[in-house]
Every structure is written in structure tokens, then in C-alpha cells.
Design a protein around this ligand. Structure first.
Ligand code: VG1
Ligand code: CO
Length: 544
């Protein structure tokens, strides 16, 4: 069996973004493109000789081909073993779970997550380290550096490996273990939540649920856990077969892209509980009957109700949220006497805090919730947590959230996305906005007074590393906030996200439509940035 050394040249732009490298499928299909990146990853790792690498993907177009290339390159680069989800499939949280459970050296996730899949759409690749979490910036920086200098890569000259049967085989000297991608993950969930209690909830027959897997990776996980183990009615999981193009769906579980589920839940025949997940299974959207739970509220509710779940009832070490996520979580943390950490957007920033046992639960406004059970956000985990709370409290989703607002106040919250804006226009908008910051402090904008305007910078309290340019913040004296960020996951032009938040302590004023409650702040955001005007748009592409 021959190790081939293939001559190659660097490709531009192989810089990992918020969550790995994401490009159009056609870019990844170019000869050597994927191999260059994989070799750059391997070259950034020392001590990999003889170690175990976990590989899995969300089943999108090019997943199988990519898995074969990675297996052959892992064998040529000295790995001792690859653990692969059957047919190359594994959700992102399950990859994290498997890395941790089998003490693997690291893992590769093949996914562009919430981005659409299939020809003409997106593919992606991400490296996770031995704690099961996304590689920290110092590793992604080293990977990127390698991609700019690469001249050759190593690959084993063998036939494609057998990846569709569970079991062991050899690829050169390397062992390949194909595993059931669901089993280890499902076992972990059973340790964290009260399955008997949730089972009893479904058994009464009155409680109904719909889970929309959006033709992506969570289908097999949700069917096994919800329908087989917990006894939810057959058909509870819809769009449950992973398809290479997600059946044409945009697998982002929000009010716009999971419209089918939202329409169903807001209709008269809707279920008691609704949920959806994204392409790679790390995001979640939670819905009650005719009720939507904002993700920033979701993490706050889970953190307040942690005692309901067996895996968490001994208490929380602390909690954390990404900077743009609403401060509803901070209020819960203050009430419980624990610290709430604020990190930049992207799950990689939570890893150190969890490893140092400083936080147990974390959340992002972008439908991402998770805990230290793995080192990725975890869609189905959040759904099970909610089910556990509903089962213990015998209350509806709406009641649980409204009781929460009643006690803590409501943080009205919304995100406006301007997708695929011309990159130059987007960069200018951000630059011009930041240049106004010095003079903004103390200024009155409508009924709001600016307390702080800055470009968010983060210092990791564990390793001291500093991450700059993490979003433009305008914080008002009443704690309302407007935040502007450029997305690091898009593949077309630039996407600008505007996050708007306002606190309402008065229970009689907590039932407004967030777009109405936030209208003045939304207008201020446009006045300051002129984003709508300068990008020639009527409004945002997506509002959540
Ligand atoms: C987006 C979200 C961010 C999330 C990231 C990866 O990043 O805003 O909160 O961590 O996607 O999620 P950005 O840079 O586009 O705003 V996923 O589900 O794509 O792994
Ligand atoms: Co995702």
C-alpha cells in the first residue's frame, strides 16, 4: 500500500470562519481543495501519530466523497484509527460526544450547518480538538497559515473504504471503525434527563409534539430517542430522512426557514410542543402551542429550571452567553448567585470555560443551546431539557416562559439579518458606524441615552488569549442594546446582523410583538448605520 505525496499549490481564502471553512460545493469539488485544507489541519497538530480521529458529517452533498478522502489522508498521515459514523453521518454534538467518550485525539465535522446543501449550495469542514469542541483560534490560525504555504499532501493509494456497515476494517495500517452514529449520543441523553418521566408524559396520550428534522442529520437521532425510546407517536418526527440537498429546505430552524413547522404550531390543530433543528443538529428552535420561544429566553429558562433535570440538579457552576445574546440569562445568574460569562459569537469560546469547570450551561441567540455534557451546542439536548421541564412542571411552554418573565422581566429581543450584501458596502457601513462611536457617548438618541459604544474585545479568563473586533455595541443607559456584527459563516457577499434588545420589567407590558416593542431601537439602528439605504434593501432578509 503506497503513500502518495501529491504536489499542490495554495488556494486563497481557506480561512476558517465562525465555525470552520464554508464554501460553495463547487469550490470544494476542485481537485486538491479539500485535501489541501485537511493536510493543513493535520500539519497543525503535533503528536497525532497512532492516535484516533473521529469523522462524521451532516449528510449533505459531497459528504461521502469528503469522508473517503479524509480516511485515506488520515492513514497516510500516521493516525492509528478513524472512528466514522455509518455512511459518514454523525451530528455535530454526537461527534463531540464520541470524541470525549473514546478519548480521541480530535475529530472532523463535515458540515456547513445551517447553510443550504446540494449542488450550487454550501459544504464545510471543521476540526474539533480532544475536549470535543471546535478548535480554538490559535489552532485555526495555524491551520490557515498552513493553507497559505502548502506545497504537497499525503494520501494513501487504496480503493474506497467500506463505510456502510458497522464494524472494523483496515485502511493500510490504520484501523477504521464504522459506528452507529446515534447509540453513544442516545446513551448520554439518558444519563442527563428523566426518560421515565418524559415517557409518562407521552403515554397519557394528551401531550402531542412535532419535531421537524428539516431533512437533515437529526432525523435518525430524533426518531430513535423521541419515538422509540420515549414513546412519542410515530410521525412525531417529520422530514426525518437526511437528504443530500435537505429536500430543498434551508435547514436553519428559525421562524422564516422552518415555516412549515411554525405554520403548523400556530394553526388550530397544532401540537403542544414543537421543535426543529439545523443541518448538523446543533441548533434548536422551541415552540409551544401558538407560542415562539426566543433562543435568548430559552437558555435563561433552562438555567433557571436546571433542577428539573437529573443531569443538572446538583447545581450549575456558572453560565455563559455570546455577547449579542440577550441579558435575560444574566438576570437568572444574578438570582442564583452564579457568574454569567460573556464571550464572542461562536461556540469555540465556551470550551475553555467548560474545561475549567466555570460554566455548565451556555447559549447563543442563534438557536444554539448546550452544556458541558459535550463541547458543542446541542439541538436535541435542548429539546429533551424542555420536555423534562414540561413533564416535571405539568405546564405549557407558554406558561413556563410567562412565569419566567413575570419573575425576571422580559428582555424583548430580535435579530435582523441583511444577507448577501455587497462586501464592499457592508465593510464601509461597519467602518463608518464605528467611526461615529467616539462622539456617541452621552448622546440622546430618541428616548435613549448612549452609555457605551465600542468594538467588543474578549479576553479569555482561562488562557488569557484576546479576540478583537467581535461586534459593534451600543449600550444605552437603561441597558437596552443595539449590536452590529458581520457574519462569519456566509458564503455569498457579506451578511450583517443587527441585534436589538430592550428590558421590560412590567408584567402588564410583556405581551407586545417584539418588533413593535423594539421599533424605536430598530429605527435608531438604521439612522446610525444607513444599512437599509446603502445596501438598497427594503428591509432585512430574515427577522428572528
Ligand atoms: C452563526 C451564529 C453563531 C453560531 C454560528 C455557527 O455565526 O450567529 O452564533 O455559533 O453561526 O452555528 P455567524 O458568524 O454567521 O453570525 V452553526 O449551527 O453554523 O455551527
Ligand atoms: Co449547526
Amino acid at each position: 500500500m503506497e503513500i502518495k505525496t501529491i504536489a499542490t499549490a495554495a488556494f486563497e481564502g481557506q480561512k476558517p470562519g465562525t465555525s470552520g471553512l464554508r464554501k460553495k460545493v463547487e469550490v470544494f469539488q476542485q481537485p486538491h481543495y479539500l485535501a489541501n485544507f485537511v493536510q493543513s489541519v493535520f500539519d497543525a497538530l503535533s503528536d497525532k501519530e497512532g492516535k484516533t480521529l473521529v469523522v462524521g458529517g451532516d449528510g449533505r452533498f459531497f459528504n461521502r466523497e469528503a469522508a473517503q478522502i479524509i480516511i485515506k489522508m488520515a492513514a497516510a498521515n500516521g493516525f492509528g484509527k478513524v472512528i466514522l459514523g455509518k455512511s459518514g453521518l454523525m451530528s455535530t454534538p454526537a461527534v463531540s460526544c464520541v470524541i470525549r467518550k473514546y478519548n480521541a485525539f480530535g475529530g472532523i465535522v463535515l458540515s456547513a450547518s445551517h447553510n443550504p446543501g446540494g449542488p450550487g449550495h454550501d459544504f464545510g469542514i471543521k476540526y474539533n480538538v480532544s475536549n470535543g469542541g471546535p478548535a480554538p483560534e490559535k489552532v485555526t490560525d495555524a491551520i490557515y497559515e498552513n493553507t497559505t504555504k502548502i506545497t504537497e499532501y499525503k494520501i494513501l493509494d487504496v480503493a474506497d473504504a467500506q463505510i456502510d456497515e458497522i464494524g472494523f476494517s483496515k485502511v493500510g495500517d490504520m484501523e477504521l471503525q464504522v459506528i452507529d452514529p446515534v447509540k453513544d449520543y442516545a446513551e448520554l441523553m439518558q444519563k442527563l434527563f428523566d426518560f421515565d418521566l418524559i415517557k409518562a408524559l407521552f403515554k397519557k396520550g394528551k401531550f402531542t409534539m412535532r419535531f421537524d428534522a428539516m431533512n437533515a442529520i437529526t432525523g435518525p437521532y430524533a426518531k430513535y430517542i423521541l419515538e422509540d425510546l420515549l414513546g412519542a407517536a410515530k410521525g412525531t418526527v417529520v422530514n426525518g430522512e437526511p437528504k443530500p440537498d435537505f429536500g430543498g429546505l434551508h435547514p436553519d430552524p428559525n421562524l422564516v426557514y422552518a415555516k412549515e413547522l411554525v405554520d403548523y404550531m400556530f394553526g388550530d390543530e397544532g401540537a403542544d410542543f414543537g421543535a426543529a433543528s439545523d443541518g448538523d443538529g446543533d441548533r434548536n428552535m422551541i415552540l409551544g402551542k401558538k407560542f415562539y420561544v426566543n433562543p435568548s429566553d430559552s437558555i435563561a429558562v433552562l438555567s433557571n429550571e436546571f433542577w428539573n433535570a437529573p443531569g443538572y440538579n446538583r447545581g450549575l457552576a456558572g453560565v455563559a452567553r455570546s455577547m449579542p445574546t440577550s441579558s435575560a440569562l444574566d438576570r437568572v445568574a444574578a438570582d442564583h448567585g452564579i457568574t454569567c460569562y460573556e464571550v464572542p459569537t461562536g461556540w469555540k469560546f465556551f470550551g475553555n470555560l467548560m474545561d475549567a469547570n466555570k460554566v455548565t450551561l451556555c447559549g447563543e441567540e442563534s438557536f444554539g443551546t448546550g452544556s458541558s455534557h459535550v463541547r458543542e451546542k446541542d439541538g436535541l439536548w435542548a429539546v429533551l431539557f424542555w420536555l423534562n421541564i414540561i413533564a416535571t412542571r405539568c405546564a405549557s411552554v407558554e406558561d413556563i416562559v410567562k412565569t419566567h418573565w413575570n419573575k425576571f422581566g422580559r428582555n424583548y429581543y430580535s435579530r435582523h439579518d441583511y444577507e448577501a450584501v455587497d462586501s464592499k458596502i457592508a465593510a464601509d457601513v461597519m467602518k463608518d458606524l464605528e467611526s461615529k462611536f467616539d462622539s456617541l457617548k452621552g448622546q440622546k438618541l430618541g428616548s435613549y441615552e448612549v452609555k457605551l459604544a465600542d468594538n467588543f474585545s474578549y479576553k479569555d479568563s482561562v488562557d488569557g488569549s484576546v479576540s478583537k473586533n467581535q461586534g459593534l455595541r451600543i449600550i444605552f443607559s437603561d441597558s437596552s442594546r443595539i449590536i452590529f456584527r458581520t457574519s462569519g459563516t456566509g458564503t455569498e457577499g457579506a451578511t450583517i446582523r443587527i441585534y436589538v434588545e430592550k428590558y421590560e420589567p412590567n408584567p402588564t407590558k410583556q405581551n407586545a410583538d417584539p418588533q413593535d416593542a423594539l421599533k424605536e431601537l430598530i429605527d435608531i439602528a438604521e439612522e446610525l448605520s444607513e444599512l437599509k439605504k446603502r445596501s438598497h434593501r427594503d428591509g432585512p432578509t430574515v427577522i428572528t
